[in-house]
Write a protein that binds this ligand. Structure first.
Ligand SMILES: O=C(O)c1ccccc1NCC(=O)[C@H](O)[C@H](O)COP(=O)(O)O
Length: 476
């Protein structure tokens, strides 16, 4: 069987590697890296791979592989670093990188090269048969490893999982049949991958994930693997509470990864866009372009590097396409001034981005017909729930930072919004690399971006065009 051949080749490869670089040296390097990560995250590992697989209603692990034993060479052209960047922009939750050299044409350093250019976690996909490879995976920069129930016995699985956990690595424990699922459960796997491909004859049946899913209790993350090609298949996986889909060949063969993921996930309709912090005539020219044209353009009247004077705002807004609505951003301004500016600039929306109270919103409501948005800087779920009954027309959720009210470029934990029952605007560190995930996972009414569309403190035309291009592909 091909699996036995690959495993035998892997054992030989590891034996050679051990002679070149002894296990103790790799172990030390892995421990140093693990300790650095643990310290940086306040003394505990964050296990980003498993967190990423729980973010949305369907999370994609997008795979980078040049070849496979069943298909031979999948793509002649293999710009794997660009593919990784595309996957991240397309909305991948994580990237799987094949490193097995003989049958998948993988290279260990692909993991490091990909880790250097993306912020999402990486699964190092190889045939792990020895602790050596687990230390190596940590050093390469992976966040997770693959462990195969068809290759490892229960004792090995448990030992390898314990070592991985000690290093802050997650384990995707792969099973293909009932017996292997039971084995994965016996070792308390936190993530179980169900392979739809039978490695004995390479036949693929996506129904395999659905059938075996029922054996797995709640609380374990379930990943469907192999042969996934269509939106209908993704929908069926979603209906059966499968958290993630690992997709290789379909994506490797697609020309446009963002469009491909939209086809699989389904379009997100009706999303609005706000571009904030416009301060120059050039910015207005960019937003007026029909390829950009957001629903809302924000002008900051508060203390900020993006602050505009009243006369500049008036001048800029007078040049703006009539379809775009002007939003005035204020921090702790008095209600009379805001109402007056809404009337005279004019502003269609007043965005309160400071410590304004509900009473203040009610007073402002009496003074203006402009819509009122309340920005909430989120540190906890309570921050979100506290404003649920607000009379504000919309809430805008942004990141909290001590030294600035807004425009910080910081992303907050989107999971804190899970209990918000009303439409809202999502802000805080949104840019082209995370906007697809933000839209699909958080499902906001509108997305708001400012510093992520800038270079050296001013809006960047190319970044704005690219950002809007991604949003258009995600919408349809
Ligand atoms: O943008 C500012 O400089 C700003 C300053 C003070 C209060 C609010 C501010 N911006 C409000 C916004 O609506 C921003 O778009 C939002 O904070 C997101 O900014 P970013 O994280 O840079 O995308």
């Amino acid at each position: 069987m091909i699996l036995d051949t690959i495993v035998a080749a892997t054992r030989e490869r590891v034996a050679v590697l051990k002679k070149v670089k002894p296990i103790e040296a790799v172990r030390q390097a892995a421990l140093v890296r693990a300790e650095e990560e643990r310290t940086a995250s306040g003394g505990t590992f964050t296990f980003p791979f498993e967190r990423a697989l729980m973010e949305g209603s369907m999370n994609f692990i997008c795979e980078i592989k040049k070849a496979s034993p069943s298909k031979g060479v999948i793509v002649e052209e293999f710009p794997f670093v660009d593919i990784a960047k595309e996957y991240e922009e397309a909305g991948a939750a994580a990237i799987s990188v094949l490193t097995e050299p003989a049958y998948f044409m993988g290279v260990d350093s692909y993991v490091t090269d990909v880790a250097d250019v993306v912020t999402i976690p990486i699964l190092r996909k190889d045939f792990i048969v020895d602790e050596y490879q687990i230390y190596e995976s940590k050093v390469l920069g992976a966040s997770a490893i693959l462990l195969l129930c068809s290759v490892l016995d229960e004792e090995e699985l448990a030992r390898f999982m314990a070592l991985a956990t000690e290093l802050g690595l997650s384990c995707l424990v792969e099973a293909h049949n009932e017996e292997e699922v039971k084995k994965a459960l016996a070792v308390n796997a936190r993530i179980i991958g169900i392979n739809n491909r039978d490695l004995k004859d390479f036949s693929v049946d996506v129904g395999n994930s659905i059938r075996l899913r029922s054996l797995i209790p709640d609380g374990v993350i379930v990943v469907a693997e192999s042969g996934i090609k269509s939106a209908d298949e993704i929908e069926a996986l979603r209906e059966h509470q499968i958290h993630a889909a690992l997709i290789g060949e379909t994506l490797m063969r697609s020309e446009d990864k963002t469009k491909a993921l939209t086809e699989l996930f389904g379009p997100v309709r009706g999303l609005q866009v706000k571009i904030c912090g416009l301060s120059r005539t050039e910015d207005i020219t960019v937003v007026n372009n029909p390829a950009v044209r957001p629903t809302y353009a924000g002008f900051v009247f508060a203390e900020s590097p993006r602050r505009v004077s009243v006369s500049d705002a008036r001048n800029l807004i007078s040049q703006m396409a009539p379809q775009i609505q002007a939003v005035g951003v204020f921090v702790n301004e008095d209600v009379e001034t805001m109402a007056h500016l809404a009337e005279t600039v004019p502003l269609q929306v007043i965005q309160l981005h400071g410590d304004e109270t509900e009473d203040m919103i009610k007073q402002l409501r009496q003074l203006t017909t402009a819509r009122i948005w309340k920005a909430v800087r989120v540190q906890s779920e309570d921050d979100v729930l506290r404003w649920n009954e607000s009379v504000a027309d919309l809430l805008l959720f942004d990141a909290y930072k001590t030294d600035a009210y807004g425009g910080t470029g910081h992303v907050f934990d989107w999971k804190l919004l899970k209990k918000c029952t009303k439409p809202f605007i999502l802000a805080g560190g949104i840019h082209s690399k995370n906007v697809a995930r933000a839209i699909r996972n958080v499902k906001p009414y509108a997305i708001d971006a400012s510093s992520g569309l800038e270079t050296d403190g001013v809006k960047n035309k190319e970044k704005i065009f690219h950002f809007m291009d991604i949003i258009k592909k995600v919408r349809n």
